[in-house]
Ligand binder design. Structure first.
Ligand SMILES: CC(C)(COP(=O)(O)OP(=O)(O)OC[C@H]1O[C@@H](n2cnc3c(N)ncnc32)[C@H](O)[C@@H]1OP(=O)(O)O)[C@@H](O)C(=O)NCCC(=O)NCCS
Length: 428
């Protein structure tokens, strides 16, 4: 059993063994010097966990202390990462032991939510994580697309080609403006920006990371980071270059249109790929023929509610609601049982007067109750709906959420859904 493999944080001196497990588990080449330095700059050794077989490090997990935008607020969460078990030691319960220990540690630190990217979508539900954000990958043939006839425009807006590293302040200014209203984004400090700007198309013939900024006299309003790859069709001698868009971040509609107009009209480019885009990307609505995006959708951030009462109070709600949840949580048993969640102007679940919801939504109070449950749901379902991008209705239809009071699922689903959909453009 896993207790044969004691678990503890590692010291910096043990990092090579930690990294070696990663390399074996992910079938990846060992990191070079640059990448290792970037990883170490983000590493929080006190949050690392390693399982040992005697003196051999055989399993590992880590966590970043992130400040994540959730619906209506920015809040501390654990960004779980670096999970792997040495192939020789798989299926002995080592991951399960690491996950349980880590969730207890996260709870002890007072973080109410954990998030992660899953290498495979069948792994984390058993630990109470659910798919909470989704992302789209677009693959566009440049000659097939054009923007619709009338898109937002601003004569004061201009484009500037910039060097990404030297433009970090401009990029951060745009990013920080977007962050506050975009669930799924997390705050980036210097180490995170170093990592984002170092990521690029792995094709050896691709350009360095390029940057274009949309700005006016008051400063930057949007940017794109991308690489391109020169290519020519040998039979026809026609241009066949490819562009890989790494990140587009824009603060207003005119900047969004200006950046995409540029990216989708570059000379000599045949194909534009944009991965890790939001599922509600405004680009879909900017194109005259959006099917030409050839979109593929997949799961993004998985979320785990580590403390039901605190997590429910940290995010905001789109409309007033009052429901009693019966939470089933074997991994974090302190969450199990009934909770009364009430969102509204005074946390009562009642709307004060007809009209618009306040900017940033309604706050909620979530407390223990002995009242009968309106719905029963497992921890992973609560995690899935936490960021407002996965709906409760389909979870009920799939038999995962059980409704006891008719209308309770629809009411809670309407309150928890969020506009914009959660989106995380960085895999960590
Ligand atoms: C995924 C991984 C960490 C699992 O580690 P492990 O120690 O073998 O896992 P455990 O023995 O604790 O397995 C716990 C449960 O998860 C299941 N499981 C493990 N890996 C799984 C996978 N890839 N897909 C689906 N289920 C998986 C096990 O079957 C077991 O199920 P059970 O509780 O019903 O018996 C390990 O296989 C690995 O390192 N894989 C490659 C790297 C990777 O994908 N890491 C995750 C990064 S997000």
């Amino acid at each position: 059993m896993a207790s044969e493999y004691p678990i503890r944080p590692i010291s910096p001196g043990e990092y090579p063994a930690f990294a070696a497990v990663h390399s074996h588990a992910f079938n990846s080449a060992p990191h070079g010097q640059d990448r290792r330095e970037r990883a170490l700059a983000l590493m929080e050794f006190e949050r690392s966990l390693a399982a040992f077989d005697g003196t051999t490090l055989v399993g590992k997990a880590g966590a970043y202390s992130l400040r994540l935008c959730v619906p209506g607020a920015v809040t501390p969460v654990a960004g779980v990462t670096m999970v792997g078990v040495l192939p020789s030691h798989r299926r002995r319960g080592i991951l399960s032991a690491l996950m349980r220990r880590q969730l207890h540690d996260i709870h002890d630190r007072g973080e109410a939510v954990a998030v992660l990217w899953a290498s495979e979508a069948g792994i984390y539900e058993r630990y109470g994580y659910g798919p909470a954000s989704w992302h789209a990958a677009f693959s566009v043939n440049r000659h097939e697309v054009r923007l619709r006839a009338h898109v937002p425009g601003d004569a004061g807006l201009r484009l500037r080609i910039a060097e990404p590293g030297a433009s970090r302040d401009d990029l951060a200014r745009v990013y920080d403006t977007v962050l506050d209203g975009q669930p799924g984004l997390f705050k980036r400090d210097e180490a995170w920006w170093n990592r984002v700007l170092a990521e690029r198309d792995p094709a050896p013939t691709s350009t360095p990371l390029r940057c274009v900024i949309a700005e006016d006299d008051d400063g930057p309003r949007g940017y794109a980071l991308f690489t391109a790859q020169e290519a020519w069709d040998e039979d026809s001698f026609l241009p066949a270059a490819k562009m890989a868009v790494q990140e587009v971040m824009t603060a207003d509609p005119s900047a969004t249109a200006a950046i995409w107009r540029d990216l989708l009209s570059r000379d000599l480019i045949e194909q534009v790929r944009a991965d890790l885009r939001p599922v509600d990307d405004p680009l879909i609505h900017l194109l005259a023929d959006p099917r030409r995006l050839r979109a593929r959708v997949s799961d993004g951030l998985w979320a785990r509610v580590v403390d039901v009462g605190a997590a429910a109070g940290q995010r905001h709600y789109a409309c007033p609601v009052e429901v009693v949840l019966d939470v089933v949580d074997d991994v974090c048993p302190w969450n199990s049982g009934r909770w009364r969640l009430a969102a509204g102007p005074d946390g009562s679940g009642r709307a004060s007067a007809p009209g618009l919801a306040p900017p940033g939504g309604y706050r909620a109070v979530c407390e223990r109750t002995a009242a009968p449950a309106d719905l029963t749901l497992p921890a992973h379902a609560l995690g899935a709906v936490y960021l407002g991008g996965t709906r409760l209705g389909p979870l009920r239809q799939a038999g995962i959420v059980i409704e006891h009071r008719p209308g309770a699922v629809a009411a809670l689903s309407a309150a928890m859904a969020w506009d914009p959909a959660p989106w995380c453009p960085v895999i960590f």
